[in-house]
Design a protein around this ligand. Sequence first.
Ligand code: EPU
Length: 420
Amino acid sequence: MDKILVHGGRPLSGSIKISGSKNSALPILAATLLTREPCVLRHVPDLSDTNYMLQILMYLGAQVERASGTVSVQAEKVESVAPYDVVRRMRASVCVLGPLLARCREATVSLPGGCVIGDRPIDLHLRGFEALGAAVRVEAGNVRMFTPQLKGAIINLTGKFGPTVLGTDNVMMAAVLAEGTTVIEGAASEPEVVDLANFLNKMGAKIEGAGTRRLIIEGVQELHGAEHDIIPDRIEAGTFLVAGAVCGTGVTVNRVEPSHIEAVTTALVSAGFKIDIHERSATVSPNGASKPLEIVTAPYPGFPTDMQAQMCALLSTTEGISVVTENIFPQRYMHVAELKRMGAQVQIEGSTAVIQGVEKLLGAPVMASDLRASAALVLAGLKAEGTTEISRVYHIDRGYEHLDEKLSELGAHIERVKAD
Ligand code: EPU
């Protein structure tokens, strides 16, 4: 298992190119199961999660070809059963449920296990499938669904913690082939949901309202093949901007959609940094003393939960008291214990982290616990005095394409070593 060593204290500068979005690519890859015709996707990031989704598609019968960032998928025939061994390693494998139900009218998919960022139920996904006329049973760790014909319905997908991103994706992918019109109220409006809707529309679906809380989907008989460019990864872009804030003298992220990262750039401006936005790029640079912040995570366009850990890393060395409240996954604070090992002063009170900025962090051996927590530890390591040794880096490889190489390009002293 690899480890990452970050030798702190090097200033970052320069520019890097942002990869395609992981959270767009995963459901869009699943959506290729909706047609027997070939689909071509560009800017698919080379990550263990996307490779894993490709393995699931191949298991289900699809032909897959990959040439650097371009992936071609043709699912002429599709199996409707995905057992535990096939899906267990990635929670996002649940997004094959909707396409399988729509294409095969039945699906048996094992439930992926829990996850350190919280409980992660799929009750809202299942409620949506039921509303579309599927008989749904959860037994022996599997979701089994069957329907003679999906029928359009009015569905509200808002749960206790707000809208569900993959739940909206899943129900939308089932509804595109349902008979009649489906209205999804309380839909997620994240850019990744819009990207999926755009891809489905290119395949012949009729979806209106993507990017709002209300989707109207007029079912069609069948979908055809399509080509699509995956949007830039707004969380990768945000992570590099925060890295630039942590220890940069001017860091530019290229190939970004500035409106998608506005919550992060606004927060960085409030924290005292200078942000320059151009059509497809953003630059962060220091602008005098940085300031503590109050951050509350919220569904898009609010501050993304997927940037909360990285922001905690920045705020842990920002003078003053910062308050971070996690409203999407209230227990998503696994990074805090590790940051504290590096000298951060953070108190968790319910779903709130109160951070007292310290003058410096000290490098230490730390353990990655999930994707974004791992990124936070890398950022803390960039700032820390000495060497930070991060183990379990497979979490990073799930969602950041060549993170260590890109940081090296910016001047970081970071290396990947084989651990025993
Ligand atoms: N929820 C329910 N019932 C459901 C579904 C969700 O109660 O049926 C709750 C969740 O427990 C959570 C909230 O609703 O409290 C929102 O969860 P959501 O369903 O939106 O999360 P997701 O779709 O499973 C995606 C991203 C996550 C990101 C969240 C929130 C992908 C593959 N994953 O997950 O990304 O944190 O939306 O924006 O798109 C990551 O990339 O590191 C990551 C975890």
